[in-house]
Design a protein around this ligand. Structure first.
Ligand code: DC
Length: 225
């Protein structure tokens, strides 16, 4: 069987990973897998059930009892937890504020990584997250590390939230992003770190189209060789 093609896109919160990954996947006819949505799904369920968020063991037990389905359609992805469509709900601030904690436990990560690899078993994929190039798909043919200044990422989130009819404070967004970076980079298990063989793209002054074009070029180059 021909080897499947994998594109790993990692980087800090709000660097534009999912926006870019979705377009790259659609253009190439690959399946898009948003691993952050899986950690968010577990966080959502734990909040709903009142699970102790400081206990990796309890969270892992809850995860074992939780079905997370990423369904793909024309516009990308919908996320279902035990059959309930939570695509929007998992982006709410209460989930965002706790997801770094929930994703910090080794027990939780091991099971998530197992599920993520399974999702990539039979398809060409674009997978985005924090540890895809370093840990989930270490053999990925293309590894991209997207970054952007905290200021720029806060501005992007601000616009997104405004479009949803929310009225966020730019200062609060800046602080939340910086805090999530810190937690994601300092956690003991699979911290956010650029894989040695990843190509780093600083998107601070690039448009979405420019970032997509660069990734497509890198991928096409790899496919040709
Ligand atoms: O990409 P995102 O903002 O939806 O991710 C939410 C959180 O999940 C992020 O703060 C860290 C965690 N995460 C992770 O630890 N590993 C991944 N592969 C993806 C996300």
């Amino acid at each position: 069987m021909e080897r499947l093609f994998q594109i790993a896109i990692d980087g800090p919160a709000a660097a534009g990973k999912s926006t870019v990954a979705k377009i790259v996947a659609k253009t190439m006819g690959f399946v898009y897998i948003d691993t952050g949505a899986m950690y968010r799904s577990l966080t959502f369920k734990a909040l709903k059930k009142g699970t102790d968020l400081k206990s990796g063991l309890k969270l892992k037990r809850l995860l074992d009892d939780t079905e997370i389905v990423l369904k793909h359609n024309e516009d990308g992805q919908r996320v279902f937890v035990d059959g309930e469509d939570v695509s929007e709900r998992i982006r709410y601030p209460d989930v965002t504020a706790q997801v770094s904690l929930v994703s910090s436990f080794g027990e939780v990560r091991t099971e998530m990584v197992r599920r993520q690899r399974k999702l990539a078993e039979h398809s060409n994929v674009v997978m985005d997250g924090r540890d895809i190039g370093t840990h989930v798909l270490p053999g990925a043919q293309v590894k991209i590390f997207l970054k952007a200044s905290v200021e720029e990422r806060a501005n992007r989130r601000f616009k997104e939230e405004e479009q949803k009819g929310l009225h966020p404070s730019i200062q609060a967004l800046r602080e939340a992003i910086a805090l999530r970076d810190k937690k994601d980079m300092e956690r003991a298990v699979s911290p956010l770190v650029k894989s040695a063989d990843a190509i780093e793209l600083d998107t601070t002054s690039l448009s979405i189209d420019e970032v997509v074009d660069q990734i497509l070029k890198i991928a096409e180059e790899k496919i040709r060789h």
